[in-house]
Write a protein that binds this ligand. Structure first.
Ligand code: DON
Length: 304
């Protein structure tokens, strides 16, 4: 099947999904996004020219997609030490659960629930002195787009309304799990989530996960094992307490964000990025899941 047929088939499949779900409202700046948007990009491992359809070149808020990249940057700088501070198990709980963190003595289930991502950002801040800037520069380099930047309105909006993340950060600090002051960790976390990117640039930026750890410029970011571990944790936790359902339907490592983006990886072949702002109850894009489900079903692409 050629790209045109594939894109047509996917676009048809997502139409009913665009009428379902709700855009994220707990960050007020995200509530204004048009829920009928849809984009998809595919970046092959051996090409700098992704292909895509729909709104694939329209920037959106990357939110939790940032967590994949901060995790990779910490593993690259610090190796396996992180795994003593963050688990690698499915959460089975909402991405912003306080109860789970309290029950488990401040060790987050995995690096993709918000508590885990705060620990990763804390470590990146210690290692670099500028977690959000390091992330932005990495994304610019991997995508080849020097215009990628933060959205100050989204960052301030989340910072003003981010009571639950503040509570998680204070709980982590109370358990002695953060090295930096809570306000600094939260600040870097909110700004990293506010980065605005499109499907094209995100598919390119995640390319190292499909190239077993090798960056766009052919240098190595992660060892083969580390790249495998990031993909494995995406599979078990990238879509939170719906990771089982997602694996069942799509069968690929993936990471979602409440801006409506999903990044998915087919190691050795390509990276995919979808965008559809309306979310299900777990915080995952309904159109994105439908698109990836259709894509893997139609093409037979799978890691299994
Ligand atoms: O911390 C938050 O709540 C947001 N900045 C990111 C959460 C998110 O994207 C969850 N993903 N579906």
């Amino acid at each position: 099947m050629d790209d045109r047929d594939l894109f047509e088939r996917i676009t048809r499949a997502v139409q009913p999904a665009l009428a379902q779900g709700r855009v994220a409202r707990y960050i007020p700046a995200l509530a204004a996004v048009d829920p009928h948007r849809f984009g998809l990009a595919i970046a092959d491992t051996d090409s700098r020219t992704p292909r895509g359809t729909g709104d694939w070149q329209v920037p959106f808020s990357i939110q939790s997609l940032s967590k994949v990249f901060t995790l990779a940057l910490v593993l690259a700088a610090d190796g396996e030490a992180l795994w003593s501070r963050v688990g690698k198990e499915p959460s089975g709980a909402a991405f912003n659960s306080l109860a789970q963190l309290e029950r488990e003595q401040g060790i987050p289930r995995n690096p993709f629930v918000n508590a885990g991502a705060l620990v990763v950002t804390d470590r990146l801040l210690t290692l670099t002195g500028d977690a959000r800037g390091t992330l932005r520069d990495f994304l610019r380099a991997e995508s080849g787009n020097p215009r990628i930047d933060f959205d100050a309105e989204v960052a301030w909006s989340e910072s003003r309304h981010g009571h639950r993340n503040a509570a998680l950060a204070h709980l982590l600090a109370d358990h002695g799990r953060l090295d930096n002051p809570v306000p600094d960790v939260l600040d870097h976390y909110f700004w990293q989530c506010s980065l605005a990117m499109n499907c094209r640039d995100l598919a390119l930026a995640a390319g190292f996960l499909a190239r077993h750890g090798v960056r766009a410029d052919s240098t190595r970011l992660l060892t083969r094992s580390e790249a495998k571990r990031v993909n494995a944790v995406m599979l078990i936790g990238g879509t939170y307490d719906a990771a089982g359902e997602f694996a069942h339907r799509v069968g690929l490592p993936a990471k979602s964000g409440v801006g409506g983006g999903i990044i998915a990886v087919i190691p050795g072949r390509c990276t995919l990025c979808t965008w559809g702002p309306a979310l299900d109850d777990h915080g995952n894009s309904i159109a994105g899941i439908t698109a990836l489900d259709t894509l893997t079903t139609v093409t037979g692409w799978s890691i299994f």
